[in-house]
Design a protein around this ligand. Sequence first.
Ligand SMILES: *Cc1c(COP(=O)(O)O)cnc(C)c1O
Length: 410
Amino acid sequence: MRFNTKLLHGKTSKGYASREMLPPISQVSAFRYESMEELEKVFEHKSNGYAYTRVGNPTISAFEQRINELDGGAGAICCSSGMSAVTSALLAVCESGDEIIASSGLYGGTIGLLHDLEKLGIHTVFADDISEGSLKSLLSERTKVIYAELISNPSLKVLDVAGTAKAAHEAGIPLFVDSTTATPYIARPLSMGADVVIHSTSKYLNGGGNSIGGIIVDGGRFKWDPEKHTALKEFKKYGPMAFSVRLRTDIWENFGGCMAPANAFLNFIGTDTLGLRMERICDNADKLAHALDALDGISVNYLTLPSHPYHRYVEEELNGFGGGILSFRAGSKERAFKIINSLKYAMIASNIGDLRTLVIHPASTLYVQASKQEMEAAGVYEDTVRVSVGIEDVNDLIDDFTEAVNGTAE
Ligand SMILES: *Cc1c(COP(=O)(O)O)cnc(C)c1O
């Protein structure tokens, strides 16, 4: 089955309790049992069943299984937000005294989280280059995980998943990849060598901008050595599933960051059209980027432009697509604001992955807390405008942006 067919007819599109065509919304906090013996079996994991929604719920399971199927994972866990997913995944492998190696230019919230973890004794080494050749010199005895984004935003740096995974695995370290901006339609990092994939479902997976959520997908192939990953010591008997079991029965369950069942349903029906939307969004972004690139006085950053430093990854890793995000430098902050304010269709909003085209000035919003150095590592300058391209008729977008850019020429 190919991608769009799998979405509608795959394993996870059937098998609901009363033959519903979609997973029903189990909007309940708890599940009732006829006898104490039955509930005891559920708690002992001797029979399948749900007890309490923070720990498990059929609507949430349906969405977990769907993304797990699309990403080719061994198991997935939904979280209340993308940040909750990043936090849970990292705390399941790191404890005080451990070190994370992270690529620079990460999502602003993730940079903030990594700073917060310093206070818990978990240190992060940020590096511009974590490719195969450079990773070795960054590793230490304390390194427990490599963390990177497949396509960073708005810098649009692309991770060499296979190379970084190879160098990480040689040192016995797993590679965790945030693939929010790529989605399983554009790339499946687990098949390229990554060990765990994280998505903020708030973006392209939901697609309609109506629910905050996150998900962690475990490839289930990493050979955990609990002597090295001491956070997993008690989970040794689960072998390659040690991370998933620790996450589900420990960190995720106890930290309490479950997804709301109603949001899981909205995410589920959102992903029905993931393939269609991504195709249209990427096609629109490609056309808009080329049109903007032909204008004077701005410089455009988009992966399918032949001059882009990561252009070769479009074919090598991204299934021929450049993604839905582009950015351009307007020359000054004042002009960036003027362009944004004069757009008719693009909405000013701090989100990506919506059906509607969204635009923002990242330096004065998403990166207000970051240092200048962190901002520039993230490809954000005083004059950067970020565009999350939607599914509108592309000629309307091209006209709108062209008029805004030409009408504000300095
Ligand atoms: C939005 C985003 C997050 C955080 O997700 P939330 O759902 O907003 O908590 C993490 N990583 C990336 C790449 C994102 O774009």
